[in-house]
Design a protein around this ligand. Sequence first.
Ligand code: HEM
Length: 209
Amino acid sequence: MAVGFDKDRLLKPLLFIACLVPFGGLLLGIYEGDLGPNPLETATHTTGDWALRLLLITLAMTPLRRMLHSPWPLRLRRMLGLFAFFYACLHFLIWLVLDQELRWAAIVVDIGKRPYVTVGFAAWLLLLPLALTSTRRAMRRLGRRWSQLHRLVYPAAVLAVLHFLWLVKADLREPLLYALAFTVLMLLRVPWRRFRGARLQREPVRRAG
Ligand code: HEM
């Protein structure tokens, strides 16, 4: 039991530091003036990539718990989800401040006109209430509605993958890989065993008929 306790205590801070590594890399790149020929593009891509990766890693925690028969993946889920939102906010802010230079009229037009921006913005909007209700207090206050609300993570992930698919012009391999990862994660959530059990129960009845 003591081993499990130590592992839990170590895992969270280690994961916290690991999640900050891409952010640290960006800050270091800015400090050293080493973000490549197009620093704005590098920053947008890095934050977008990590927002999506962490969102998918968050979705992997429930199937992982089931596979490992251990509760630790669920203990990391909230932190991973909040880091996904952190990178999504940075990504959005970089676009708002550095790309659009806070020209609000142009921003509204862009969100309405360019489908990949519309979809990205919708994904961010869906993640917002999840981050705001991620505290234990909100969980207690919302009761059963909390789980219903947090199902918004699935359409948010679909929109985030779609956002990536939509903005890529030529090489679709990377966004398709994310789409595949999302599909696999969703399939892992299907209770196949229960489904098979129900079919086996029905079989004799069908044969008898
Ligand atoms: C808040 C609204 C959002 C806006 C305005 C936005 C805008 C952008 C822009 C301008 C790009 C670069 C496009 C290009 O280089 O042609 C981009 C790329 C990307 N965004 Fe977003 N985005 C938003 C939300 C999101 C969210 C919520 C996610 C994920 C959870 C996300 C994930 C990505 C990814 C993965 C890329 C591609 C990165 C790469 O090429 O490596 N975006 N986004």
